[in-house]
Write a protein that binds this ligand. Sequence first.
Ligand code: HEC
Length: 415
Amino acid sequence: MKTTRASVRAAIAVLAASAAAALLVQPGEAHKAITSKYTYNDDVFPIFRERCSRCHVSGGVAPMSLMTYDDAFPWAESIRAELVAAHMPPWHAEDGFGDLKGAHTLTPKELDVVLTWATGGNPRGALDAKLPEVKLKNDWSAGAPDLALRLPADFTLAADKMEDTQEVTLPTGLAEARWVRGVDLLPGTPSIVRSATIFVKDTAAAGAASAGPAPERVLAHWLPGQDLEPIDNGVAFRLPAGAQIGVRIHYKKTWQFEGKALADRSTVGIYFAPGKDATELLMVPIAAPANAAAGADATYTFESTLANDIRAVALSPDGVPPNITLQVQAVGPDGSRTPMIRLNTRADWDRRYWFEKPLTLPRGTKIEVRANFEDPDLLSTAFAAPGATAAAAPRQALLRLTLNVVAPNAKPTAP
Ligand code: HEC
C-alpha cells in the first residue's frame, strides 16, 4: 500500500489519541515524556535505512544523516513536519490520481511508526544494541553503462557559494544513430550534486514546431538516490549520429560545508537498447498559452489539444515553480476523462513520471492542466494581466510539461 493524504491524516488521528495515553518517563531523560512504543533501534532505524539512507547518510546529498540515533533524534520535529507535508521521502505525486510506476512513499504503517516516534519522545531502545553501519551508495544502479561520458574537468563550488549550476556539452562521438533505453549520472562528489538535466543538444531534432524557444529534448531528469528505470522493451530515445549531450548540473551545499570549496567531476552514462529496432519515444510539449488570464480563485486552467493519435508513456513538469498543485487529465473527444497525475511541485525535485500502463489517446484529446497556486502573488504576477505580451514568454515558461509518447501503430525500425 502506498501513502495517501488520507493515510497521513489517519496516522495523525492515531497520534492524537496516543498523546492522551499514559505518559511514561525514561530514566535519565526526565524532561522528555516518552509516549512512543516504537524505538529508534527496533522500529525506526530499519525504515530510515530502507527509505531515507540513499540521501540521509554521511557523505550523502541530504543535510543530515539519519543513520544513527544521535544523528536522527535532534531532527524529530523536522521529520514530523516533512512527513506530514508529504515532502519526504521525495515523491510528490499523489496516490490515487493516475496510475504511476515506481511510487516510493511510506506505507501507512511506516508512517505511523515514524510519526509516533517523532512526536512521542524519540526513545532510543536498548543502549547496548549494535546497529549496522550504513554507508553511502554511489554506483551505477543499472550496472556499467555502454557509453560513459566523463565531464571534461572538475567543477568547483566556491567557498562563498551555497549553490551553483554548470552546463557542459559532451560529444558522444557516435558514428551512427543509436537507440537509447536509459541515461544516468554518477556523481563525483555526491554530497553536492543535487539534480541534473541531461538532454540532446541539437534542438533542431526536437520535432514539434511551436512558438517560443524550442523545448529541450530531455533524456533524463536525474535526481540523487534513484535507481535508473530503463524504458520498457521496444521503445527508446533516438540519438542521432554525432549527437552532443548537454548536461546541466545543479550543485548545492549543505550547512556542514558552508565556507568550504568542493569540487565535482560527474559522469553521464548511456545505455543502448538491446535490439537493432525500436519505436521512437517522442515528446509533446504542453505549455500555458501566452496570453493567459488567471481565474478568480488561486487556480489557473489551460488545455492543449493533441494533433495526433498517441500512446502516452510518461509525463514531466519542466521547471515549474515550487508549491503549485498541478493536476493533469486527458479529456477525450467523447468527453471521457482519464486522470494522469496530480502533484505538488517542490524546488529541484523535477522528475519524469512513467505511467503504469501507456494511455491510448486519440487525436483531438485535450490535455487539461489545472494549476493551483499556494502563493496567490505568484499567480497574479504571472497571469493577471492578459495582453501584456512582453511577459508572454516567461509566463509560458512558468507552466510547462512534457508528455512522452509513441505513435500507436509505429513499427519498430532501425534508428
Ligand atoms: C532522494 C534523496 C532523499 C531521500 C530518499 C530522503 N530525503 Fe530527506 N532530504 C533530502 C534533501 C536533498 C533534503 C534537503 C531539502 C531539499 O533539497 O529538498 C532533505 C530534507 C529533509 C528534511 C528537512 C531537513 C531540514 O533542513 O529541516 C527532513 C526532516 C528529511 N529530509 C527527512 C527525510 C526522511 C525521514 C526520509 C525517509 C523517510 C527522507 N528524508 C528521504 C533528500 C532525501
